[in-house]
Write a protein that binds this ligand. Structure first.
Ligand SMILES: [Zn+2]
Length: 452
């Protein structure tokens, strides 16, 4: 009798597991969001094209960082109790986070276990991005944190479009007032919201969406919406086959792809509707990824040719910025790695995320209740930018000024939103000695700064 029961139950159980999520066709909502923003802000498409332009890498090489930076990461899980249970409760979530962090650190350091599966023709192009990720252990209030939190929500999921804030890019998930969770200071933490995506009231097959820093400046996106939203069935790496994941998205590569967007990469096929660079297409702006017409899907066989690459090694369908299944996404190219490295140079889009190493450890004085909001000013001499990085968000900083030797204010910035990180553009200043003045309520702090 026992055997009969198993025979009946197993196929039924497997059906349940596989039917839980549909397979993703439109894995990433990045292109869709860019189009929506470009319709509102015509200059935005120009910005995208600009970011795709060939880059002179000599300066980036000069600044090559040998000791990798580590970016503090926080996960905000926003799920119903049923969804939390489906992925194994808090234990399951912890397993998914830990395996996901491992995948990110391997994929971004040319250390993925499946490297051997890269076809020989593309192996010489295997890029080492050289950046690390770790869970944050100090929260914005200087309290200890495990780097994730779980909020049980009553709604079935979060809409890609509509709602509060920008009204696009899952914005409801990013505001506590709208049932989501406010970002932790986006200059200090890489925020990752984990949700069940909805599109027009229906379950969506979108797996992820990244809003990089330049969206705020060039498309009027509220800065607090910066970060990544990811499908709860696509976070982490499968450890046993009974775990439920979106089909083809069970090795953590959705977040590898989305973090690529955070570091200013684009889809490998150029989001240009089948066009190629030789017939008006934009491609991805990266010279060592072959031109490609459309996104790939599933697991293709090498060499794969298409309308934009008809010979040689074919298209690089195993690139993380394509749409191949996780188990067949294996690499960033060398030039993609260089392009990403530019974003954490001083002045780059994620530079500030690399400048808060103390957030990776537990707070020293979390029990005393007293915090000392120290800050550092760097680089000094300032080289194009001058950063003021506080341990905690300031609470009464009113003005930041730079005064020259004659007493004249050459830069003055009113602080409208209290943050833990401020940047001054010193690129237009003459070289020499200046005084940085931080105006608080009744106090001011003055420091000497050199500008190069
Ligand atoms: Zn994408």
């Amino acid at each position: 009798m026992q055997r009969v029961t198993y025979r009946v139950v197993w196929p039924f159980l497997l059906l349940l597991l596989t039917a839980k999520f549909s397979q993703a066709q439109n894995k990433c909502a990045f292109d869709r969001t860019v189009h929506a923003l470009a319709a509102k802000y015509p200059d935005f498409q120009q910005k995208i094209n600009q970011l795709k332009e060939p880059v002179e890498y000599r300066s980036a090489v000069k600044n090559t960082i040998t000791e990798p930076y580590t970016i503090p990461v926080v996960f905000h899980f926003l799920l119903t109790q049923q969804q939390i249970n489906a992925i194994g409760g808090e234990d399951g979530i912890r397993q998914r986070i830990d395996s996901q962090m491992l995948v990110l650190n391997r994929d971004f350091n040319a250390a993925n276990f499946d490297y051997d599966e890269i076809p020989n023709g593309f192996k010489p192009l295997y890029g080492d991005v050289n950046i690390r990720f770790a869970l944050a252990h100090t929260d914005p209030y200087n309290k200890p944190t495990e780097g994730y939190h779980i909020k049980t929500v009553s709604q079935a999921g979060f809409e890609i479009e509509g709602g509060t804030g920008s009204g696009i890019a899952f914005s409801d998930a990013k505001y506590t007032s709208a049932g989501g969770m406010d970002a932790w200071d986006v200059e200090s933490y890489l925020n990752i919201w984990v949700v069940a995506p909805l599109d027009g009231g229906k379950t969506s097959d979108v797996l992820g969406l990244a809003i990089p820093e330049y969206f705020a400046e060039d498309a009027n996106m509220p800065a607090v919406e910066q970060g990544i939203v990811v499908h709860y069935g696509a976070v982490g790496r499968r450890s046993i086959f009974t775990e439920i994941y979106v089909k083809g998205a069970d090795e953590g590569r959705t977040l590898t792809h989305e973090v690529g967007h955070m570091f200013e990469l684009f889809h490998i096929w150029g989001d240009d509707d089948g066009k190629c660079p030789d017939n008006g297409g934009g491609d991805d702006g990266i010279s060592d990824t072959p031109p490609q017409a459309y996104p790939s899907s599933g697991c293709l066989v090498y060499p794969k040719y298409d309308g934009c690459t008809r010979n040689g090694d074919g298209i690089m369908f195993m690139n993380y910025m394509d749409y191949s299944d996780d188990r067949c996404a294996l690499m960033f190219s060398k030039e993609q790695a260089q392009r990403m490295q530019r974003t954490w140079q001083p002045g780059g889009g994620v530079y500030s995320l690399t400048q808060h190493p103390w957030l990776l450890t537990y707070p020293v004085d979390s029990n005393s209740g007293k915090t000392n909001n120290t800050h550092v000013v760097y680089p000094n001499p300032a080289d194009g930018v001058l950063n003021i990085s506080f341990r905690l968000p300031t609470d009464d900083l009113q003005h930041i000024m730079l005064i020259d030797m004659t007493g004249r204010a050459v830069l003055s910035q009113e602080v409208k939103i209290q943050a833990a990180f401020y940047t001054l553009n010193t690129g237009n200043l003459h070289a020499g000695l200046y005084f940085l003045v931080l105006h608080y309520g009744a106090d001011k702090v003055v420091e000497r700064v050199l500008v190069r």
